[in-house]
Design a protein around this ligand. Structure first.
Ligand code: ZN
Length: 404
């Protein structure tokens, strides 16, 4: 059975699309697809951008079991500050819309912190979360009612909701329309739906890795509106969350609130192709320029004959191995380090991923003449961890100049 399935447009269902970009991933942990290339398509009929060929549900489940980093939240004593700030921002945005004792459902509720803020206000909070570890934590930590369930399979949701939340969910869903139909059916009179997602208009130099392996839909405000109109929702309000104060996810996102429209057929559906393709083209040019700079930096290191290790066993390292000069100097590449226990023992292009404090990890850190930080979001944390282990500043290679 193939690990890949073909997708049609998640907004209008059309099959005809033009390819605007190919994005190569190599040796993704837990995925048996060497050099998998994602095709980014733009729908001919409505202009929505989406990933065409993608992992089958079974292959995707294997990938998340091996690679998903969301469960790192469990090992933390308290919720990381950037996650807490995100929840507080959402709570502040939504609070004015809720009457006393409202029913609030968070679809993909993670550790339940967001819901706990609504529960503290006296609302009836209920969560759905695919990870059994995280949902158990939400129950224990905040006494919340949480069902462990894959959100995409939640075709029936508890009825009579005043507010349903989809925070950073829609960009991951292979089929968002059935999920939105289930949510529409779950809303009580006057009920509303909150959505927070990354949108292509806000892609810029603040994050050069928006083309994430886990994101299968690249909405603009326009294409999101098309989807929502098709599914019978009308917008109440939208706002940009800048997230420039260290709030997760560190890049700007679009927050929007929707209500059920009775005249759904009359809501506009506009072809967004010309706008969305131009916006994405500009971002891809920015990424290409940065990739060239990174490549020049790595080439310089390798041409000088230095033996290097990489700290970070995620998608950035997978991309560097596949696309940068790193792949051409394999004999100088000593190995890969990562603190995530799920990655230990896995291979990336036949190189094992080691725990930094294991015997092999320590030998790697001692033997490498340079250590490349193979992460954008954890660059500062990894840098500090390297210094802590006595790696001299002159041996540490940062690929990103922008602090965050
Ligand atoms: Zn379409």
């Amino acid at each position: 059975m193939s690990d890949l399935v073909q997708r049609a447009c998640p907004v209008c269902g059309a099959g005809a699309a033009v390819e605007v970009h190919r994005h190569r991933f190599s040796a993704l942990a837990g995925v048996d697809l060497d050099g998998f290339e994602q095709s980014l398509l733009s729908c001919e009929d409505c202009g929505t951008h989406y990933v065409g060929e993608y992992l089958s549900p079974a292959a995707l489940a294997r990938y998340y079991a091996h690679s998903s980093s969301y469960e790192y939240l469990v090992s933390e004593q308290a919720l990381p500050r950037e996650e807490a700030q995100r929840s507080q921002q959402q709570h502040a945005f939504l609070r004015p819309y809720l009457k006393a004792g409202a029913r609030v459902l968070d679809v993909g509720c993670s550790t339940g912190y967001t819901l706990s803020l609504f529960a503290e206000d006296g609302h009836q909070a209920h969560g759905i979360e695919p990870s059994s570890v995280l949902s158990q934590m939400a129950r224990e930590r905040y006494g919340l009612r949480v069902d462990t369930c894959f959100v995409e399979r939640a075709d029936q949701l508890p009825p009579g909701q005043d507010l349903v939340m989809l925070s950073h969910v829609l960009e991951h869903l292979m089929a968002p329309a059935p999920m939105l139909a289930a949510i529409r059916a779950s809303l009580g009179p006057g009920g509303r739906l909150f959505i927070e997602i990354p949108v292509i208009e806000l892609f810029d130099e603040r994050d050069l890795f928006q083309l994430s392996f886990e994101h299968v839909n690249y909405f603009s405000h326009g294409s999101l509106s098309n989807l929502m109109h098709r599914c019978g929702f009308r917008e109440v309000e939208h706002q940009v969350f800048e997230n420039d104060d260290g709030t997760s996810p560190h890049y700007p996102t679009l927050a929007s609130l929707w209500e059920v429209a009775d005249d759904a057929a009359a809501l506009p559906r506009v072809n967004r192709a010309r706008h969305d393709r131009a916006v994405l083209r500009r971002y891809l040019q920015l990424v290409a320029r940065h990739t060239e700079q990174t490549d020049a930096l790595i080439r310089q290191l390798m041409d000088a004959g230095r033996r290097v290790a990489i700290w970070g066993g995620g998608t950035l390292t997978a991309q560097l191995l596949a696309k940068s000069a790193l792949g051409h100097y394999r004999e100088q590449l000593l190995g890969i380090l990562d603190v995530d226990p799920k990655k230990h023992g896995l291979q990336m292009q036949s190189m094992p991923v080691w725990q930094p404090d294991s015997a092999q990890g320590q030998a790697l850190l001692a033997g490498a003449e340079a250590v490349i930080i193979g992460s954008w979001s954890s660059q500062d944390a990894i840098h500090a961890a390297l210094r802590q282990r006595g790696v001299a500043e002159s041996r540490i290679v940062r690929l990103f100049s922008t602090p965050h």
